[in-house]
Write a protein that binds this ligand. Structure first.
Ligand SMILES: Nc1ncnc2c1ncn2[C@@H]1O[C@H](COP(=O)(O)OP(=O)(O)O)[C@@H](O)[C@H]1O
Ligand SMILES: [Mg+2]
Length: 237
């Protein structure tokens, strides 16, 4: 069953076409990857789908519902949320206060205490509740941001470079967490680290200069000539 479905999505900033007539869909339960060079429009795609940026043209549906013009808050309340390429937490607030704020967003079919405890333990945040979020490591902040979305019980979570800036051992740990996340919700993930794509994605969309140039299984995509020539530079499969 289709979950996210977009067609004819276009967006320009000044003279720069960030997205050109992009079409694509995700399926319930699927992890859909998105790759492409810097500036190819990946974050713009997430910004539009998550209600942060208005497209110039195009249709957007989620679970069969037209979501054009909906706010990020409205989208979160119907189960669509995202994390940010540059992690966004309230640095001066504690981990616990950050989580409490995230829970307030919905009014609420939210988590009960047992479910929250389970998430805290799973993401190894339970010992960090009283620390200020700004004092956490980047990896801890990325786990906190993830938890702040999972309290909303999303159907689809969109992750913009979830291992960006992490050390190699942390990348491996994050991949393991995201593998477990697949059992909790559908995932859309932008990444430059092909290991993440190979280990997590069921299907991959490739954007180059705002255009979708390929869409298919990871091992096929990572050997696609245009993708190799214009993005990967060398075979990754
Ligand atoms: N808010 C914005 N204002 C102006 N230009 C933007 C804005 N957001 C993105 N762009 C431009 O759109 C293009 C795509 O950017 P982006 O979606 O961030 O790419 P990616 O995430 O693939 O690196 C780039 O040329 C970028 O400079
Ligand atoms: Mg980006």
């Amino acid at each position: 069953m289709k979950l996210l479905d977009v067609d004819g999505l276009s967006k320009s900033f000044g003279g720069v076409a960030a997205l050109r007539h992009v079409q694509g869909h995700s399926v319930v339960g699927e992890t859909l990857g998105m790759i492409g060079p810097n500036g190819s429009g990946k974050t713009t795609f997430v910004n539009i789908v998550s209600g942060h940026v208005r497209p110039d043209a195009g249709t957007l549906t989620f679970g069969g519902t037209d979501i054009s013009g909906k706010t990020p808050h409205e989208l979160a309340s119907i189960g669509l949320c995202r994390t940010y390429q540059s992690v966004r937490v309230f640095a001066s607030l504690s981990t616990k206060q950050n989580i409490d704020n995230a829970r307030l967003l919905l009014n609420h079919r939210g988590l009960n205490q047992a479910e929250l405890s389970e998430l805290l333990e799973w993401l190894q945040l339970d010992a960090l509740l009283d620390k200020s979020a700004g004092s956490l490591t980047l990896f801890e902040q990325r786990r906190l941001e993830l938890l702040m979305r999972l309290v909303l019980k999303p159907q689809l979570i969109m992750l913009d470079e979830p291992v960006g800036g992490l050390a190699v051992t942390e990348v491996i740990e994050m991949i393991n967490l995201l593998k477990q996340l697949k059992a909790r919700c559908s995932i859309f993930v932008i990444e430059h680290t092909m290991r993440v794509i190979k280990e997590l994605a069921d299907r991959v969309i490739v954007l180059i200069a705002g255009e979708k140039v390929a869409d298919g299984p990871p091992l096929e995509i990572l050997q696609n000539k245009r993708v190799v020539d214009e993005y990967l530079g060398a075979p990754h499969a």
